[in-house]
Design a protein around this ligand. Structure first.
Ligand code: NAD
Ligand code: MG
Length: 411
């Protein structure tokens, strides 16, 4: 099967018909799909299990992985009966083994995550882990030509060029879970890549949309974690407050849809009802709408190209009033500017941007730096660390390591 990067092929009606008839004809889709969830105790992971719970006739869980939360993993094991779980922290993996006995196999460490992705029996790999650490296991799944339902945008931000090449080589397909990219993906079904004029990513604007720039200096962790529309993990919530999330999404869109940064626009839309849009060369704009609920893009990534009936709350269009749109303030949200700069620079620049951001966000969450210091640290890292073009995996890992060391040492 073609992957998402072969846009011309992917969106040509002929091929879609072919895919429908020969690859995902509805009879075939009714076959059970085995799912591996990388990061099952997080916001996306639990929403994925929510979807799976509602469709036991379509999906079964084969592998679950977590960082530390064995308290949340244990009930997941009892309910979904995976054959293997991986707990990143070794001591906690031992504790879990004692508790669950023979119920399922338990592995630990990054080796365990890679082993699961590279060897276990599954059809769909859900990348629901947060941060750079998702890259290596995702690459293993790509090498096996699996369907990747990708939420972990950092994988494409840091390794977009390499990941794209590997997808082509191994015939793996990435179906986006990120709501904006899912919206664009849905708008592009049946369209020709040459007909796209630009992508319009919507941004809620986060909790500080209407705050003066100077006041960003004194916002608290609690205020930054108070997202107006979405309930998500801490890291992405802070990224949404700084608008770095939208910056990472521009880079993610660049790799997913193969368009230059000039053709990827951001529009602030505080109601988060329109999840993104595509403008075509004839001036027509398609949008995908829905309530802010990640279960919908997750379900679509699992069932594509099919749609299946669910019981999610419907959008009451008549009651949907005052949808507003305006340009983002690049001056106030410096992270957004930095992300465009890193995308333009190419090579390992987005990897530097991402690693610096992960460390700075962590420092902010721990109360060690001010919110307004996040872009300052990223800027320093982009200035300091050498950019390498067309990086291989080793270079990406080295760049991530060097950047983390550097930013960890900054005050
Ligand atoms: P989260 O913090 O709620 O969950 C992260 C999951 O990854 C947890 O299960 C955790 O155990 C696991 N994990 C974290 N670090 C790990 C490590 N080093 N090794 C192994 N496992 C680790 O995060 P989230 O909000 O679910 O986001 C996950 C990804 O999806 C992120 O990349 C985010 O940008 C993306 N995303 C999330 C949302 C959302 O609504 N939450 C929307 C769009 C995209
Ligand atoms: Mg998003």
């Amino acid at each position: 099967m073609s992957n998402i990067f072969n846009l011309c092929e992917l969106y040509s009606i002929t091929l879609l018909k072919k895919r429908f008839l020969f690859t995902f004809g509805s009879r075939l889709f009714l076959d059970m799909k085995k799912v591996l969830i990388l990061g099952s105790t997080g916001s996306i992971g639990m929403n994925t299990l929510n979807v799976i719970r509602n469709f036991p006739q379509h999906f079964e869980v084969s592998v679950l992985t977590v960082n530390t939360r064995i308290d949340l993993l244990e009930p997941q094991i009892n309910e979904f009966k995976p054959t293997l779980v991986v707990v990143k922290e070794k001591k906690l993996a031992e504790q879990l083994k004692q508790k669950i006995g023979e119920k399922c196999n338990v592995l630990s460490g990054i080796e365990g995550l890679i082993f699961a992705a590279a060897n276990c029996d599954y059809d769909i790999f859900v990348g629901a882990m947060v941060g750079f650490a998702g890259l290596a296991p995702t690459i293993e799944a790509i090498k096996r030509g699996k369907r990747i339902a990708l939420a972990n945008k950092e994988t494409l931000v840091v390794g977009g060029e390499l990941v794209t090449k590997l997808c082509k080589k191994h015939n793996a397909e990435i179906i986006p879970v990120d709501s904006e990219h899912s919206a664009i993906f849905q708008c592009l079904v049946g369209e020709n890549a040459n007909a796209i004029n630009k992508l319009i990513l919507t941004a809620s604007g986060g909790p500080f949309l209407n705050l003066d720039k100077e006041k960003l200096n004194n916002v608290t962790v609690e205020e930054a974690l108070n997202h107006p529309n979405w309930k998500m993990g801490n890291k992405i919530t802070i990224d949404s407050a700084s608008l770095m999330n939208k910056g990472l999404e521009v880079i993610e869109a660049h790799w997913l849809f193969g368009l230059p940064k000039e053709k990827i626009e951001i529009v602030v839309h505080p109601q988060s009802i329109i999840h993104s849009m595509v403008e075509f060369i004839d001036g027509s704009i398609k949008a995908q709408l829905g309530l802010p609920d990640m279960r919908l893009p997750i379900q679509y990534a699992l069932t594509y190209p099919e749609r299946i009936q669910n019981n999610l709350t419907r959008t009451d269009i008549a009651a949907t009033k005052n949808l507003t749109f305006f340009k983002p303030d690049f001056n106030k949200f410096e992270c957004l500017k930095l992300a465009y700069t890193a995308l333009e620079a190419g090579g390992t620049s987005p990897c530097i941007l991402n690693a610096a951001n992960e460390v700075a966000v962590d420092k902010f969450l721990q109360g060690r730096i001010k919110f307004s210091h996040i872009p300052v640290m990223i800027n320093k890292a982009l200035d300091k660390i050498v950019n390498h073009f067309t990086p291989d995996l080793e270079t990406i890992f080295e760049c991530d390591r060097i950047t983390r060391n550097y930013v960890s040492g900054l005050n």
